[in-house]
Ligand binder design. Structure first.
Ligand code: DUC
Ligand code: ZN
Ligand code: ZN
Length: 471
């Protein structure tokens, strides 16, 4: 069989197995696994791990934030950074503005992405204005076109949906088979606490964490899984930051509910103390839900080790720090409540979990692959991605599992001006990344061109899809 490319002598890992094999690629697809393969072009992967390319199903790119705030990454820099972090697909959000049609929002994001991506992208939707037309016509049509997941917010004025709106949106998911993702924080509780802190003159970034306490996330998580139970739909609880919220998910699963749980590097590596930095430095760590404390980090690790978490995503949501359009915007300097929420992390997600999880012996390689690639593909309907197997897209990251690196923003490729993980030492980093059989990064250098990455329409989630022929 003639092959375009073969990766030779590496150790392949999937979500179920680790084995020695060469990987043969033709026309962008994995067509052969075996030993002694020959091809037009070969890559020596001796002493390397050959993993499915990372899939980061929770990133924000070029999302408008209002008040003159500009996200630090467009599709060029965001997908370039993701590539260098060992990813071959990211799932960014198309944010519907109030009054805007969802279709118009999707078309606007496509215009931003077209020709600019180094890796594949596939859009989720954010529903902020669930009118009857949106829920009855636009959303079903978009689901049919491959936009098979959407996020709703329980927090942020202007974005949050009330319970009736969430139920109506979940009802559309029920009818279409789409997957609903929920940002769980109780907006009214947060508003109350923000008001109290601002009235007392406590406006520094640390108050961001104080005013978004665990109870606000726990209560909203309970409500989200309960609303999903009323409608009888699966639900994804995104960016879980603590053990109490995870407890609500475990309890719902105990009642037989299908609940997907996602956590992110910030809840393993950062704490609320990071928001205490000198001057206004704590703004660099403002994200929602906020980082908690070491006990909650351990609770999240336990959830990862015991298999409670299905997804490990970055929630990459980058703003520059020292920039009037970023964290230190004129209003942001007056109160934590005006510091844009979100931190960069698409490039460091995989090395952090590999180092802290696999290298330190907390999880094995198949679990790492499941948490960072395979589960994202299955749960979000990327049928040809997320594994190294015959017939799958040749989206592959070749890792040096022994290389030691200190995370420095100067070495990263995003559009922000800092990394919240600056100075953290990691063992293991992806060296060569292949997208659809094309080498995009080789030995840490960019060799591919932008525009190779495409938008990928998705099938229904493995949770929603019914086997053919069954009602
Ligand atoms: N929620 C996210 O998912 N990302 C960034 C900010 C937020 O609140
Ligand atoms: Zn969110
Ligand atoms: Zn997010």
């Amino acid at each position: 069989m003639s092959l375009d490319l073969a990766i030779l002598g590496g150790t392949v890992a999937t979500a179920s197995d680790v084995f020695r094999a060469d990987v043969g690629i033709r026309d962008g697809t994995i067509v052969q696994l075996g030993l002694g393969l020959e091809a037009r072009e070969t890559i020596d992967a001796t002493d390397r791990l050959v993993l499915p390319g990372g899939i980061d199903s929770h990133v924000h790119i070029s999302q408008p934030s209002g008040d003159g705030i500009v996200m630090a990454d467009d599709f060029e820099s965001g997908t370039r950074s993701a590539l260098f972090g060992g990813n071959t697909t990211v799932l960014p959000f198309c944010l519907q503005q109030k009054g805007q049609s969802l279709r118009a929002a999707v078309e606007a994001y496509h215009r931003l992405a077209a020709g600019n991506c180094y890796i594949d992208v596939s859009f989720h939707l954010i529903v902020s204005d669930p009118t009857p037309a949106v829920l009855g016509q636009e959303l079903p049509a978009l689901v049919a076109d491959g936009y098979t997941s959407f996020k709703v917010f329980m927090t942020y004025e202007g974005l949050r949906l009330n319970d009736a709106e969430i139920l109506a949106t979940m009802d559309t998911a029920q009818r279409t088979g789409a997957l609903v993702m929920v940002h769980c924080e109780n907006e009214d509780a947060i508003r109350y606490l923000v008001g109290r802190h601002e009235a007392a003159g406590d406006v520094r970034p640390r108050a961001h964490a104080t005013t978004r306490p665990i109870v606000a996330e726990r209560e909203a998580t309970h409500r989200a899984v309960s609303l999903a139970e009323v409608v009888d739909v699966p639900v994804v609880i995104v960016h879980v930051s603590n053990g109490a919220a995870l407890g609500e998910i475990r309890a719902a699963r105990g009642r037989g509910r299908k609940v997907v749980a996602e956590t992110c590097p910030q809840y393993l590596m950062l704490t609320a103390n990071d928001l205490d930095g000198m001057d206004w430095e704590g703004a660099k760590f403002v994200c929602s839900p906020p980082p908690r404390d070491e006990a909650e980090q351990r609770a999240c690790w336990t959830g990862i080790e015991q298999g409670d978490f299905d997804l490990f995503s970055s929630d990459h949501c980058p703003f520059r720090y020292d920039d009037p359009a970023g964290k230190l915007n004129p209003k942001g300097r007056t109160s934590f409540a005006h510091v844009p929420n979100g931190i960069p992390g698409v490039e460091t997600r995989l090395p952090i979990l590999f180092s802290e999880g696999v290298s330190k012996g907390r999880i094995d390689l198949p679990r790492f692959v499941a948490l960072t690639s395979t589960n994202h593909a299955r749960l979000y309907g990327l049928e040809r991605k997320g594994s190294i197997a015959v017939g799958m897209d040749a989206d592959i990251a070749i890792w040096d599992p022994m290389v030691r690196r200190t995370i420095r923003h100067a070495d990263l490729h995003d559009g922000a001006d800092y990394s919240p993980y600056e100075g953290i030492e990691v063992t293991g980093w992806p060296q060569t990344v292949i997208l659809g059989g094309r080498v995009m990064a080789r030995d840490g250098a960019l060799v591919g061109t932008k525009g190779v990455g495409r938008h990928v329409p998705r099938a229904l989630s493995s949770l929603a899809a019914r086997p053919a022929g069954l009602a």
